[in-house]
Design a binder for this molecule. Structure first.
Ligand SMILES: O=C(O)CCC(=O)C(=O)O
Ligand SMILES: [Fe+2]
Length: 309
């Protein structure tokens, strides 16, 4: 049960792993008042990944909860917003009666990435409600880039501190040598029409971001990058940029910074893209999987926020 300490509401939590993640106990996201919200935001400030189990919010309740953190963005990449409510992204491999997929991202592997980094002013909080989720497959892993920043060797830290990455949605020319070998894993292969590919490219012009973010409230620093959406390091020749970027990726994506989530129906995960990378395994397309996601502009008074306006 939640408790009151010094007059303030607090939720009990338990760690999801040694590396990151907290499960918040006894919270009902359909019924969050100001006090409960303050308590949840304080926990999210401490840990980049929060899990709430056994949730069942209506769309209105889910949007209302998300909106407490800040304005909800309408995602403009290749994913599919719900037709009725564009702030709600459907992530699914299910088809509707008209033969179209009801959501985006299908059943394929999603390589390590951060959401929205390809926008100049990214909404950095992702709130993901797993409605119908197969267990043991299609698992989603998270990598703690705040812990990775703290563990940087001195020389790499100095090099990355001043670096700015040029980000382009699912770039055709990824900087990372790992991604260069995996070019077929970008979104391009899933979109058959040239017209749609061009439309996505046109509405996602390049953006440039500091590779190190700082939370002004807590002083915590984190690495901010996305292997699949980065095409260059500003002001650096391709070879030098690639050697820096590859070194940062190799340092960051290590088991000691990673938690892998095995989904259950009704799980809601809050992840902060300013402090996490994430990855999803492929899964058998016969298994139905359906989730709803919002993407929110987190408040810079409490969170590290890329590219403050
Ligand atoms: O399907 C998942 O588990 C994660 C999908 C994803 O990368 C996202 O919603 O940003
Ligand atoms: Fe994602």
């Amino acid at each position: 049960m939640f408790t009151l300490r010094e007059g303030k509401m607090e939720f009990a939590t338990r760690p999801l792993s040694e590396n990151l993640g907290l499960e918040v106990l006894d919270a009902d996201l359909a019924n969050v008042d100001d006090e409960a919200f303050d308590a949840i935001r304080a926990i999210w400030q401490k840990d980049p990944l929060l899990l709430f189990r056994r949730q069942n919010p209506t769309d209105e309740e889910f949007l209302e909860f998300s909106n407490r953190f800040g304005e909800i963005d309408v995602v403009i990449g290749g994913s599919r917003p719900s037709k009725r409510t564009p702030e709600l992204l459907y992530i699914s491999n299910l088809f509707s009666g008209d033969g179209n997929l009801i959501g985006g991202l299908g059943n394929h592997e999603l390589v390590w990435h951060t959401d929205q980094i390809y926008r100049q002013r990214p909404a950095s909080g992702s709130i993901f409600y797993g409605v119908e989720m197969p267990s043991g497959v299609g698992m989603t892993s998270f990598c703690n880039t705040a812990a990775a920043y703290d563990a940087l060797p001195e020389d790499l830290r100095t090099r990355v501190n001043d670096a700015r990455a040029v980000c382009k949605y699912g770039t055709h020319e990824p900087l990372s040598s790992f991604m260069r070998k995996q070019k077929s894993k970008t979104w391009h292969r899933y979109i058959k029409s040239k017209k749609e590919t061009k439309a996505i490219d046109d509405r996602t012009p390049p953006a440039t971001h500091d590779m190190v973010l700082e939370n002004k409230a807590t002083g915590q620093r984190s690495l901010y990058f996305s292997p699949n959406h980065t095409s260059a390091i500003e002001g650096m020749a391709d070879e030098d940029g690639q050697s820096l970027f590859d070194a940062v990726i190799e340092h960051t994506i290590q088991d000691k910074f990673i938690y892998t989530h095995d989904w259950r129906n009704g799980d809601v995960l809050l992840w902060d893209n300013a402090r996490l990378l994430h990855h999803r395994d492929a899964f058998d397309n016969d298994l139905p999987r359906f989730a709803k996601r919002t993407t929110v502009f987190l408040d810079p008074e409490y969170f590290a926020v890329p590219e403050l306006a």
